[in-house]
Ligand binder design. Structure first.
Ligand code: PSV
Ligand code: MN
Ligand code: MN
Length: 401
């Protein structure tokens, strides 16, 4: 633990180093594409518009950070032809040295999902949603990806318009059938969100619903915590502590928020919260660390996309390193004796310690740039892709004219 002058001992450094050695975080393919708000999109010349370009950008982020060698795929956006796109993805994995990460089925864009997907009152539509989920499981298996991340946007906008209870039953049925199709090394992660796009009731609105649905689906189903999917004031680290206690934490979608599901870059608004979440994980001795998938789920609609992704990965490492500084034995003693100020100061001391020199040294020892953002700027990568992609996009627009 750093002393009161913020000096970091050799032992502290080793602890942080060991934590950094294990830390990996997955990047989302959609973070490189032009995305926006429901009011519109400001397109960026460097944005990726093909799956090849997303793989290229992911490879660039990984080359600079060394800790992001998997990319989450959204089935509809990245494999628009479904299973027949598998060989193409495999080829891209080989070309760019990036592996497919979690597979995200899309249960929210098809016109037939107007009144829901797996909770739709129509058996036919639920059947279509299930067959998309089964395809997603197959895609995951073929790509050696462990997790199928399920976000169910279903819900309703007005009281009395849907049977909340009937919809629970519909969901249970589909989730059980999806779980039954999972291979031995596959998992199903159930994500929750309190509202949006539905504004009266959302079928999986909080971690309790996600947990119960996961439990009923089967042992390979776990809960996915998206940090932006909570109502104001929710104590997310407490939810994390509970899920760890129940062996039900499957992973995270990291992002930050000020108001709702803002998808801002991790730690940009409240870095202390990310630290507190990491502390819960690092202070848990019973969970297998590899069972927790750390994933980014952000939409960079104003910031440069590759820059924002590198910035996020670097921030995640720094906050993780800070959490690794906490002296658990000392904190446990102080908690036991209810030494409130001392306990809080022990916790805060780690948060306020500047770990960036240690993280930089760790990167250099792994032949990585000490400052990946500066290295990105010096590499000229963003300028290069901006030129190539804007020329290509202009050509494809004129060819449609
Ligand atoms: C929904 O808000 C969400 O968090 C889900 O994880 C989606 O898959 C992702 O955003 C991308 O739209
Ligand atoms: Mn998410
Ligand atoms: Mn979200």
């Amino acid at each position: 633990m750093p002393d009161l002058n913020g000096a970091v001992t050799e032992q502290d450094q080793q602890r942080v180093w060991a934590a950094l050695d294990k830390f990996r975080i997955e990047i989302p393919s959609w973070g490189f594409a032009n995305t926006g708000t429901r009011f519109g999109k400001f397109s960026q010349p460097a944005a990726a518009s093909t799956i090849e370009e997303k793989f290229a950008d992911a490879a660039q982020v990984n080359a600079l950070t060394g800790v992001s060698s998997t990319m989450a795929l959204h089935v509809l956006w990245d494999l628009p032809s479904g299973k027949s796109d598998i060989p193409k993805i495999q080829q891209l994995e080989r070309t760019y040295g990036i592996r497919s990460g979690s597979i995200n089925p899309n249960l929210f864009q098809d016109q037939e999902y107007k009144y829901g997907s797996i909770c739709n009152p129509s058996a036919e539509i639920r059947g279509n949603a299930l067959s998309h989920l089964l395809d997603s499981v197959e895609i995951g298996r073929a790509l050696n990806s462990r997790d199928v991340s399920m976000w169910v946007s279903d819900g309703s906008n007005y009281p009395g318009t849907q049977s909340i209870r009937r919809r629970i039953e519909y969901m249970e049925e589909v989730l059980a059938a999806t779980h039954a199709a999972l291979g031995p090394d596959q998992r199903m992660l159930v994500e929750y969100k309190p509202f949006e796009p539905a504004f009266y009731h959302t079928d999986i609105a909080d971690w309790g619903m996600a947990l119960e649905l996961a439990r009923r689906a089967g042992p390979k189903a776990k809960v996915l915590v998206d940090t932006g999917h909570h109502l104001q004031g929710t104590n997310i680290e407490q939810i994390v502590a509970w899920l760890l206690h129940l062996n039900a934490l499957g992973g995270f979608h990291f992002n930050d928020r000020k108001f709702a599901d803002d998808d801002l870059t991790l730690g940009s608004i409240d870095p202390y919260q990310v630290f507190r979440i990491f502390h819960e994980i690092l202070s848990d001795t019973t969970t297998n660390f590899n069972d927790i998938a750390f994933m980014i789920d952000q939409s960079h609609n104003l910031k440069g996309k590759v820059e924002a992704m590198v910035q996020t990965v670097a921030t995640a490492q720094e906050l993780y390193a800070k959490a690794a500084l906490v002296d658990h034995a000392k904190l446990a003693e102080l908690q036991k004796s209810c030494s409130l100020v001392e306990a809080e100061e022990t916790f805060r001391e780690a948060f306020w310690t500047d770990v960036r020199p240690i993280v930089r040294a760790w990167r250099q020892s792994h032949n990585l740039p000490a400052n990946p953002l500066t290295a990105l700027a010096e590499s000229g990568y963003v300028e290069k892709i901006s030129q190539e992609r804007s020329a290509k996009n202009a050509a494809s627009v004129s060819s449609y004219a």
